[in-house]
Design a protein around this ligand. Structure first.
Ligand code: NDP
Length: 339
C-alpha cells in the first residue's frame, strides 16, 4: 500500500523533500464488526489548505488538527468502495469525501459523506467542480457574496479550481468579471476559455493598485479572495461603498511564520464594506441544489472546467508543492488508480 507521508512538521515554504513515498501493508478485508469502509483511492485533490496542516501549530479555534509525521497526508478524493461495514455503502460504490494519500484506505464512513450518482461526467470532476471546490465557489459567491446583475467582480487565483468557477458563475449572473493569475497562459485562459471580461498577470504588474484601477475605474462591488496579502491590500483601496469581500482563502499566507501586514483595513469603515469568511463544510447541505445548478450547465457546455491531472502517488509531493508557485494550470488532481 504505497503512501505519501509527511516526514516532519514543515517550517516555511513547502518542499518535495518534506514528504516521502513509503510502502506499507494493508489487509484488504474489513476487521470483524467494523463499521468503517475500505476504499481504493482513484483521484486525490491537491489543496492549498493541506499546507496549513503540515505546521506544528495547533489551530487556536480547533477547527483543524495537524497531520502526524510518519502518517499519510489526508485530503479530499474520489474512491471506490471495496468493502463496507456501514449499511449506506456497498461494494462497488463510487464516493467522494475525506480520504488518505495512499492506494487503499480504511476510513470512518462519516468522512465519506457523498455517493457519486452521476457518472456521465469525468470522475475526476468530483475532486473539484462536482466536489468540495465546486460547493466552495457556489456557496461563497452566491450565499456570501450576494451578487446582483451588473455588479463588478474581482477574483484572485482566478484560473485555479475555485477561481475559474467563481468567474463563470459571475458571468452567468450578468456581472462584469476580472481575474488575476500568475502567467500569460493563465490570463489567456481566463479571457478566452472561461469568459472573464478582463484579466491581468499579477507577477508582471507589481503595482496591483494601478492594475485594479485600470480594470475597475468605478471600483469593485465583490472581491472573491483566494490569495490574501498584497492583493487584499490593493483591493481594499479599490472597493466601492457597500462592497463585499468574500474571504475564501489566503494561499499566499499559508505556512508563513509572519503573515504579511495588510495596511488598508480602514477602508472597510470608510466604504462600509462587509468582509466575510466562510467554511465550505457549513454549506454541504446545499450539495444537491448545487448539483442541480451545475450538472446541466456542464453538459450544455455553459460551464467549462480545466484540470491539471498528474498520474502516480509518487508525483503527489511535486503536485502539491506546485500549488504555491502556480505550476498548476486549473484544478490540480492526482490520479492514483483507474477504476
Ligand atoms: P488553486 O487551484 O487556485 O491553486 C492555488 C493557486 O494559488 C496557484 O495555482 C497560484 O496561481 C495561486 N498562488 C499560489 N501562491 C500565490 C501567491 N503567493 N500569491 C498569489 N497567488 C498565489 O487552489 P484552490 O482553487 O483549490 O483554492 C483557492 C483558495 O480557496 C485557497 O486559498 C484555498 O485554501 C481556499 N479554499 C477555501 C475553502 C473554504 O471553505 N473557505 C474551501 C476550499 C478552498 P497563480 O499562478 O495564479 O499565482
Amino acid at each position: 500500500n504505497k503512501k505519501v507521508v509527511l516526514k516532519d512538521y514543515v517550517i516555511g515554504l513547502l518542499k518535495e523533500s518534506d514528504m516521502d513515498i513509503v510502502e506499507g501493508t494493508i489487509t484488504l478485508k474489513l476487521p470483524e464488526g467494523s463499521n468503517e469502509i475500505l476504499l481504493k483511492n482513484l483521484y486525490l485533490s491537491c489543496d492549498p489548505h493541506m499546507r496549513n496542516l503540515m505546521s506544528n501549530i495547533q489551530d487556536p479555534d480547533e477547527s483543524f488538527v495537524p497531520y502526524t509525521p510518519g502518517s499519510p497526508l489526508e485530503g479530499y478524493g474520489v474512491a471506490k468502495v471495496l468493502e463496507s461495514g456501514h449499511p449506506d455503502y456497498k461494494k462497488g460504490d463510487l464516493v467522494w469525501g475525506f480520504t488518505k494519500w495512499e492506494e487503499y484506505s480504511l476510513v470512518p464512513s462519516s468522512l465519506i459523506p457523498f455517493k457519486i450518482e452521476h457518472t456521465d461526467v469525468p470522475l475526476s470532476y468530483y475532486t473539484g467542480i462536482l466536489g468540495m471546490q465546486g460547493i466552495t465557489a457556489y456557496a461563497g459567491f452566491f450565499e456570501v457574496g450576494l451578487p446582483k446583475k451588473g455588479e463588478r467582480v474581482f477574483v484572485s487565483a482566478a484560473s485555479g479550481a475555485v477561481g475559474q468557477l467563481v468567474g463563470q458563475f459571475a458571468k452567468l449572473t450578468g456581472c462584469y468579471v476580472v481575474g488575476s493569475a500568475g502567467s500569460k497562459h493563465k490570463v489567456d485562459l481566463l479571457k478566452n476559455k472561461f469568459g472573464f471580461d478582463d484579466a491581468f498577470n499579477y507577477k508582471e504588474e507589481p503595482d496591483l493598485n494601478a492594475a485594479l484601477k485600470r480594470c475597475f475605474p468605478e471600483g469593485i462591488d465583490i472581491y472573491f479572495e483566494n490569495v490574501g496579502g498584497k492583493t487584499l491590500d490593493a483591493v481594499l483601496l479599490n472597493m466601492r461603498n457597500h462592497g463585499r469581500i468574500v474571504v475564501c482563502g489566503m494561499t499566499s499566507q499559508y505556512g508563513r511564520a509572519q503573515p504579511e501586514g495588510v495596511t488598508n483595513l480602514t477602508s472597510l469603515i470608510t466604504k462600509r464594506i462587509r468582509m466575510q469568511a466562510f467554511l465550505v463544510t457549513d454549506y454541504y447541505p446545499m450539495y444537491p441544489k448545487y448539483l442541480e445548478y451545475v450538472l446541466p450547465k456542464i453538459k450544455e457546455g455553459k460551464i467549462v472546467y480545466v484540470e491539471d491531472i498528474v498520474e502516480g502517488l509518487e508525483n503527489g509531493p511535486a503536485a502539491l508543492v506546485g500549488l504555491f508557485s502556480g505550476r498548476n494550470v486549473g484544478k490540480q488532481v492526482l490520479l492514483v488508480a483507474h477504476e
